[in-house]
Design a protein around this ligand. Structure first.
Ligand code: SF4
Length: 372
């Protein structure tokens, strides 16, 4: 398959691995964060860590939207469907299994009679709204910049077609703000995660463009290489990062040139700018409150805002005792550092968000047999 098979070629992978072994300075340790959970799964699926020299360490970042949503926001959705029997909540499947307060999930709320539906897209939610005009349809919108434009288009379509029973519980978050939060932690803090550079996200960068990461290089002197999802993409990006670090450079480079441009998808950006507005602050699991790191409905589209329509209030909440998801999401701990990993917490019985999601680091370690 074009653009896939050639990026999985074993001989080329071994060649890139040889180059990494040759060029990584044995006198230094390289700590490189793959921000995106899709990359975390890709590196383990293809055994990339086994090809690397010991002094290149991959740090897993918070780029999994299901994982970073704080428990308080999930609790809001559970309270909504429990208090409002007229509501149908449409959600992507992963969110249904994430434990909220008291380890209660949306699936359990559904078993107790709440109307929670799994959907694959906002279009499915619009169809449900049309099919159930006597009910209130709420779409549980989550995700980074990749899934925000489709949610915006859903809202525009609802307005165009006069769908008054459709609204969005908006939890769309912003990648650069999270990267900034990771880099902004003072070096003296116990929360500091020492990172030498970032493997930048693939799909997010298609939307926001490589220019969005300039602050990492300019203000923090950390190199960023935007990488595709295939194993050769990741290996080549690691080599590009090692070369920048060896040469004392901190630049934004784009390995994923077959999809990412400097300015991104400006049409999608314009639609998002029209429908959404920056929230003053938003809590992230593991990263705490980050100013201007998430989107809410802009005043022009306030009638589609579920938080406003149903007077939903945010209350911060604690996760499962012993769950290390916050530290895993910061890159401060690995899944195997959690005492619950693969014992009490498994994909069949997840105790934290990082074991639920297809992009979660704990799920990646479990799925690909990384038990040490
Ligand atoms: Fe949380 Fe489970 Fe991961 Fe531990 S293994 S950090 S309990 S999700």
């Amino acid at each position: 398959m074009k653009y896939v098979d050639e990026f999985r070629d074993g001989e080329r992978a071994r060649g890139l691995a040889r180059a990494l072994h040759a060029e990584a300075d044995p006198g230094r340790h390289y700590r490189l964060m793959e921000f995106c959970g899709g990359h975390t799964h890709a590196v383990f699926r293809y055994g990339v860590p086994d090809l690397l020299p010991d002094n290149i360490e991959l740090i897993h970042g918070p780029g999994c939207p299901v994982c970073v949503l704080p428990i308080g926001r999930l609790d809001m959705a559970i309270r909504l469907v429990e208090k409002h029997p007229e509501v149908i909540l449409a959600s992507y499947g992963d969110m249904l299994r994430v434990p909220g307060s008291g380890r209660r999930t949306l699936l359990q709320a559904r078993a107790d009679g709440a109307d929670v539906r799994m959907v694959y897209s906002v279009s499915d939610a619009l169809a449900l709204a049309r099919a159930n005009p006597e009910r209130q349809m709420v779409f549980f919108g989550i995700g980074f910049e990749t899934t925000t434009p489709p949610t915006a288009l859903g809202i525009l379509e609802a307005r165009r077609s006069g769908l008054e029973n459709f609204s969005v519980f908006c939890n769309h978050v912003l990648t650069p703000a999270a990267m900034g939060a990771i880099l902004d932690v003072p070096e003296t803090s116990a929360e500091t995660v020492d990172i030498d550079g970032f493997i930048g996200p693939s799909h997010v960068s298609v939307i926001i463009g490589s220019g969005a990461y300039r602050f990492c290089a300019d203000a923090h002197h950390k190199p960023v290489v935007i990488a595709g999802f295939e194993p050769l993409d990741v290996l080549q990006s690691l080599l590009m990062l090692v070369r920048q670090l060896n040469e004392g450079r901190a630049e934004v480079e784009n390995q994923y040139i077959r999809a990412v441009t400097p300015t991104g998808n400006e049409r999608a950006q314009a639609i998002v700018d029209d429908v959404f507005t920056l929230r003053d602050s938003f809590e992230w699991r593991g990263l705490g409150q980050i100013p201007h790191s998430a989107l809410g409905l802009s005043p022009d589209y306030a009638e589609f805002d579920a938080e406003r329509r149903f007077d939903m209030a945010y209350v911060a909440a604690e996760g499962t005792k012993g769950c290390e998801c916050p530290a895993v999401l910061r890159g401060a701990k690995k899944p195997v550092d959690c005492k619950l990993f693969a014992t009490a917490c498994t994909p069949e019985n997840p105790l934290g968000s990082c074991m639920v999601s297809d992009e979660g680091a704990c799920a990646a370690y479990f799925t690909y047999g990384r038990f040490r």
